[in-house]
Design a protein around this ligand. Structure first.
Ligand SMILES: [Zn+2]
Ligand SMILES: [Zn+2]
Length: 340
């Protein structure tokens, strides 16, 4: 058996013929296994969906009850046999409920990791290393220039700015699923106890995180707050709201944006961001290369945009590697595209 007999790459995602399923398909299919609830991986309209309970709940919050014909929840470490393929889900450390999906048959194991990061995150279970023969990796930040650094330093930078400008409001652009909640949790870890204000688009998902036991402290809706009340506060909003008339309700807002892309100055300028915060839910260059090496995989399949450098890195180390030309990953729903 070859790895391609376990998971065959197609332009709309990888497909397991043995078990009659696709992983994170970008087009509607009979049976989908979903790594996590970001919209480029988790689409509505599949016949049956197998995913973690959190991913199913988040999909329901975003798409409504009828998002799939049927659903089945699976826990981390649990095993299901689909047509002779042994399937297990393992934590990916990316967002709440995110999983790597391992598919094994005939003594060969392929791991589809979805999106992942190998650094601590108070809002989700840490990444688990799964030894395998073929590792399918994302390449969102797969260039040596991307080194995310310590998120706590970025939070400290934000808190210094808040202390420096008590008369101004701080608006922090962050993707609504994962990054927003991680920011709030990091602020709490840093000892920030004041209420955190939320843009309306953040409320449902943030409430869901809190209901799953993620410690987020006091949260308030921006809706209904007076301009005076918002002085000296922190508000989390979708990146797209940073340049919206919505910001006029805030006193002299300082705009920040939390994203791995903030390592690139031009990106910050393009968003009109005064306070770029380099905080990412994806592995950086060191994280990607360390993880790839640690899996022990003899073959690497690469998705998500910046495949070339990572493929090259693998090949120079004698590891077989190739890009998977899957169309449609890497565009999260808000802002100007990629979730990061
Ligand atoms: Zn994602
Ligand atoms: Zn992705």
């Amino acid at each position: 058996m070859r790895p391609e007999d376990i998971l065959a790459p197609t332009p709309s995602g990888v497909c397991c013929k043995l078990g009659s399923f696709h992983i994170d398909p970008t087009l509607p299919v009979e049976r989908a296994l979903i790594t996590h609830a970001h919209s480029d991986h988790a689409r509505a309209g599949h016949g049956a969906v197998l995913a973690t309970q959190e991913t199913l709940d988040l999909m329901r919050l975003r798409y409504g009850d009828g998002f799939a014909g049927t659903t089945q929840a699976i826990g981390y470490g649990e095993c299901v046999n689909l047509g002779g393929a042994e399937v297990t889900f393992h934590p990916a450390g990316h967002v709440l409920g995110s999983a790597q999906i391992a598919v094994a048959a005939d003594g060969l194991r392929v791991v589809a990791s979805g999106d992942y990061k190998n650094v601590p995150d108070p809002t989700c279970v840490p990444f688990e290393l799964v030894p395998c023969d073929v590792f399918i990796t994302e390449a969102t930040f797969a260039l040596p220039v991307f080194r995310h650094g310590d998120p706590d330093e970025q939070i400290a930078k934000l808190l210094r700015s808040v202390a420096l400008f008590p008369e101004r409001a701080h608006l922090v652009g962050a993707y609504s699923l994962g990054k927003a909640q991680r920011l709030i949790a990091l602020l709490r870890q840093a000892g920030y106890q004041a209420p955190v204000y939320l843009h309306g688009a953040m409320e449902k998902i943030t409430d869901y995180y809190a209901s799953r036991g993620v410690v987020l402290g006091e949260l308030r809706a921006v809706r209904g707050a007076s301009k005076a009340e918002l002085a000296g506060t922190i508000t989390i909003c979708p990146p797209s709201a940073l340049n919206d008339v919505w910001t006029r309700r805030f006193p002299e807002p300082v705009t920040a944006f939390a994203s791995g892309w903030m390592r690139v100055r031009a990106r910050a300028r393009q968003h009109g961001v005064e306070l770029p915060l380099v905080i990412s839910d994806h592995a950086d260059w060191d994280g990607l290369t360390a993880t790839i090496a640690a899996t022990g995989a003899g073959e690497i399949w690469v998705t998500h945009g910046q495949e070339d450098a990572l493929v090259h890195w693998c090949v120079t180390r004698g590891v077989k590697a190739r890009p998977l030309d899957i169309v449609g990953y890497g565009d999260e729903d808000d802002g100007d595209g990629e979730e990061s």
